[in-house]
Design a binder for this molecule. Structure first.
Ligand code: NI
Ligand code: MN
Length: 226
């Protein structure tokens, strides 16, 4: 599995021969000026919720690559009305795609589409196949519901958690989230993009280290094999 960080909460993942893109907000992100949207491959685009810092480039990317959008019912409907193919889900539901299984799980956050349309409930994704399982939390507060992921899904190999505070949990709460989901390898997202969410990288990494866990803060454009 090859994971590439595209800034904010945007990731590109090669998974079972398919290209998955999460929460693409690339062209408005000054920190991601080294990324060309035109170069991004995608079979599926997974949107955690409707806020613009997660969906800004979803339409363009979906058109460019003829990708299918996976998100909640309201968001998929909104994109379908613009001619984009989608697969609607809602909280607690799981389904099997050609690349693997997806469960759309609870996030404690809000959701609104860029034109003010109702964005449904904010969520995250747990994705797995026979060998691997990971959690992409989207934007969320720390919530006890995260314990359900450890109870109802296969053991996690890694998790992508927001750590920037202010709009989501900060890194201190993210350590508790990592404990709730029983995962030791965390990839941070949703930090540094705006003044509100600037963090001290060394302090964040240390907070996880003190709890016996690893926090990876990837450079934008950098890929890792998982
Ligand atoms: Ni948000
Ligand atoms: Mn956000």
């Amino acid at each position: 599995m090859k994971l590439t960080y595209l800034g904010q909460s945007a990731f590109h993942l090669e998974f079972n021969g398919f290209y998955l893109v999460f929460d693409p907000m690339i062209t408005p992100n000054k920190l991601a000026s080294n990324i060309n949207l035109e170069d991004i491959t995608s079979d599926y685009i997974l949107l955690s919720h409707g806020h613009n810092d997660h969906v800004a480039d979803a339409y363009k990317l979906a058109k460019q690559n003829k990708s299918k959008i996976i998100s909640n019912y309201e968001i998929v409907n909104w994109y379908e009305s613009k001619g984009i193919d989608g697969h609607p889900m809602n909280l607690g539901g799981k389904t099997k795609f050609d690349f693997g299984n997806v469960k759309y799980v609870q996030a404690v956050h809000s959701s609104m589409l860029p034109d003010g349309s109702y964005g449904g409930s904010s969520g995250g994704f747990v994705i797995w196949d026979d060998k691997n399982c990971f959690y992409f939390a989207g934007d969320t507060a720390l919530t006890l519901d995260m314990k359900l992921i450890a109870t109802t899904c296969p053991p996690l190999d890694f998790a992508i958690l927001p750590i920037g505070d202010n709009f989501t949990m900060g890194y201190e709460d993210a350590v508790h989230a990592a404990e709730f989901i029983q995962c030791d390898k965390i990839i941070g997202c949703h930090y540094d993009t705006f003044d509100y969410i600037k963090i001290d990288h060394a302090a964040a990494i240390n907070e996880f280290k003190n709890a016996g866990k690893e926090l990876l803060l990837l450079k934008i454009g950098k890929s890792i094999l998982l």
